[in-house]
Design a protein. Sequence first.
Length: 226
Amino acid sequence: MSKSKRRSSPDEAPSSELVLAAVERAIRHRGPQRAAAPLWTILAHLAIPRRSAAARAVQEQLQALSAEGALVPSRAHGVSVWALGAGAAKRLRERRGTGEAPALPESPQHAAWRAAHTAAGQEIERFRGRLRACLAEARSLLGASEPADSDAWLELGERLQRDCWLLASATHCLHEWAEPDDAHADIDTHDEPPGARTVGLDAATLHRRQTRRAGRRNIRLWREGR
């Protein structure tokens, strides 16, 4: 579990070692295909607002660390990014070996998990209630003496799909999304959950299931008209 430690002031510049640690973790959490991190990601790992005196100080530190060889600057898709130099990695290892490693704030990926896990615990019963009400309305339409028109069924179908997706998303966030370890990038690969039964399912069916899982961790979609 990620431990949080905040500076005394949001405008207080972090130490050079803390900036190096943030660059290291930012790169690691971007996944195995990324070898460098942009400024906005580094600031997120330092819990520093983009428009602040501390952010400007970090930019200056990145330049200074690059000049001394601790960081390796480059550009990716027109954006400045930084990678750790060999000396920086050794520097951080030595600090950890002496127990003096800088303590970073809670990582963005852990904060995202915590927010989603908490929100799911608060909302899942409401989502179940929405789905029950939608199913009750469907049963009522099916049993009505006068057949419902096509628009009623199309509208209900949209609501039913929305309510099922909400419940599925909350279920995943609360019961299936494991608390991330900062030693690894926490990326939703849409793979089968532990214990899922896939025997007899063909490749096309498995692909459709994976496709449906897109966005299930994005709790902002709970407030949007998905």
